[in-house]
Design a protein around this ligand. Sequence first.
Ligand code: XMP
Ligand code: MG
Length: 169
Amino acid sequence: MLLTRSEIDRRVNDLAGQISRDYAGCDLLLIGVLKGAFIFMADLARALSIPCQTDFIRAASYGAGSESSGTIVITKDVDAEVRGRDVLIIEDIIDTGLTLRHIVDTLMLRQPKSIKVCAFLDKRRRRKIPFEADYVGFSMEDGFVVGYGLDFNEQDRHWPDVYVIPNPV
Ligand code: XMP
Ligand code: MG
């Protein structure tokens, strides 16, 4: 096991407190990246003490195995108007950085007032391009993780804790 339900709870509440202070008085739009972020976003949103709206986006990466290839395509766009809003993208995990780079660049073209990223997990050492999230739940070393929204072949997303899978194939 990498993270227990209670460690996750504490950290998510800390992040929600920080985000609530940083975005006080703002027109906050949370955009969750499907599917992995659905549980993190649900917990984070409920722990906020400020108003916000919620929407979702989905991106697919074309290539083999569990790694991003570099070709990212938006397969479900947000419905909400992004222009002039304070956008906070909620992602499960940052690995190479390619997915979030593409999502941020795509949404930037719509002229939000601000755009930031909150990631539950950050595999900092695996970047293929430089990418920094504004809020990070936990940093981790290499290794494939499941649970709390994260999947292995669509399994295990519903697990309340986070586990490392030794050798995913
Ligand atoms: P990039 O490489 O574009 O990829 O930053 C981010 C996406 O890759 C997936 N990913 C994982 N999914 N366990 C997962 O369940 C992992 O350890 C893992 N590492 C990367 C994830 O979909 C994320 O959005
Ligand atoms: Mg994902």
